[in-house]
Ligand binder design. Structure first.
Ligand SMILES: [Zn+2]
Ligand SMILES: [Zn+2]
Length: 345
């Protein structure tokens, strides 16, 4: 089969790999229909994720058709259309029993990380019964790729961890795919104010179409000052950090109202300065996390019911064989006005 293979920092190739086969009885092999590229894949290619070794097939998101299943797989059979979760989970270890699938003793985020991933014609999915989700007939399967990672990440680690409530003021710092996913799913709870902060004018305009009530372009405005103006000097009830750099975390610390929640979603490559000396006396809560994907079945229902339109996140479409061109576009997201790219086989 063909696959997108990581060859070391800055090096990748669309090349031949052996087609995966069943290794353990709980495995399934899935033929990809649609996959995508994540910001995490770009971090890997920059050499920031040393656990990823040369030769690894990248990708942890996708929708496909079950090709073969191991003898112990009960929930799926060949021909079933499935959503692949970015988190693999056995469903029975101590952490899985607590719905902490991201810390499964025999799983977690392994696809495109420590085992071969989804940017390929076929992928082997361990613990298929708990790591795949059935796709209802007639679903928009391209849109469902947004449920592999970004929608559960924005929802669980941003909106749920940030405890967004009706009437809240919410600041989302960073309008990339995960910030947009937080913006879409925060609206389940009817916040009064959804302020989106970014440096990319196009992304801010897209955020407005997705339901942002206020936009702050940090090229021309001071985000902290503007947020205090918008909130009568109080700050926001929830600040969602969706970038992963010290400056955006600082903005969240600076604008949070007393009793508020800072939900860190961004993946940080270096440490931030935590102003505990200011936060403690303001009764601030701080949360972090890696997505568990335990909300995926619920999000599938909301997408199916039209409560959120996940297809809006897709800006570019390519054939899977043109994945190198898709990396060029996604790697230059601001210039290309890209949010999520879809690759179809
Ligand atoms: Zn991802
Ligand atoms: Zn487990």
């Amino acid at each position: 089969m063909k696959a997108l293979v990581y060859l070391g920092p800055g090096e990748k190739s669309w090349t031949d790999k052996p087609t995966p086969a069943i290794d353990k009885p709980t495995d399934a092999v899935v033929r990809l229909l649609h996959t995508t590229i994540c910001g995490t894949d770009l971090h890997i290619l920059e050499g920031d994720v040393p656990e990823v070794t040369p030769g690894r097939v990248l990708g942890h998101e996708g929708v496909g058709v079950v090709e073969t299943v191991g003898a112990a797989v009960r929930n799926f059979k060949p021909g079933d259309h499935v959503l692949i979760s970015c988190v693999t989970s056995c469903g029975s270890c101590t952490n899985c029993r607590r719905q902490m699938y991201s810390h499964c003793a025999d799983g977690g985020w392994i696809l495109g990380h420590t085992i071969d991933g989804t940017q390929a014609e076929y992928v082997r999915i361990p613990h298929a019964d708990n790591s795949l989700y059935p796709i209802p007939a007639g679903a928009d399967e391209q849109a469902l790729v947004m449920l592999s990672d970004i929608l559960p990440t924005g929802f669980e680690i941003g909106v749920l961890a940030g405890k967004v409530k009706p009437g809240d003021s919410v600041a989302i710092v960073g309008a990339g795919p995960v910030g947009m996913a937080a913006l879409l799913t925060a609206q389940f709870y009817s916040p009064a104010m959804l302020i989106v902060v970014d440096a990319d004018r196009n992304r801010l305009e897209v955020a407005q179409g997705f339901g942002a009530t206020h936009l702050i372009d940090i090229n021309s405005e001071n985000a902290v000052q503007r947020i205090f103006e918008l909130t009568d000097g109080v700050g926001v009830d929830v600040a969602i950090e969706a970038v992963g750099i010290p400056a955006s975390f600082d903005t969240c610390q600076a604008v949070i109202a007393p009793g508020g929640n800072i939900a860190n979603v961004g993946v940080h490559g270096k440490s931030v300065e935590l102003h505990l000396e200011k936060l403690w006396i303001q009764n601030i809560n701080l949360s972090t996390g890696l997505v568990n994907t335990n909300t995926t079945p619920m999000l599938l229902k909301t997408v199916q019911a039209g409560k959120i339109d996940a297809s809006q996140l897709i800006t570019h479409r390519f054939a899977l064989a043109d994945i190198l061109a898709a990396y060029e576009v996604f790697g230059n997201a601001a210039r290309e006005k890209a949010i999520k790219v879809i690759l179809t086989q």
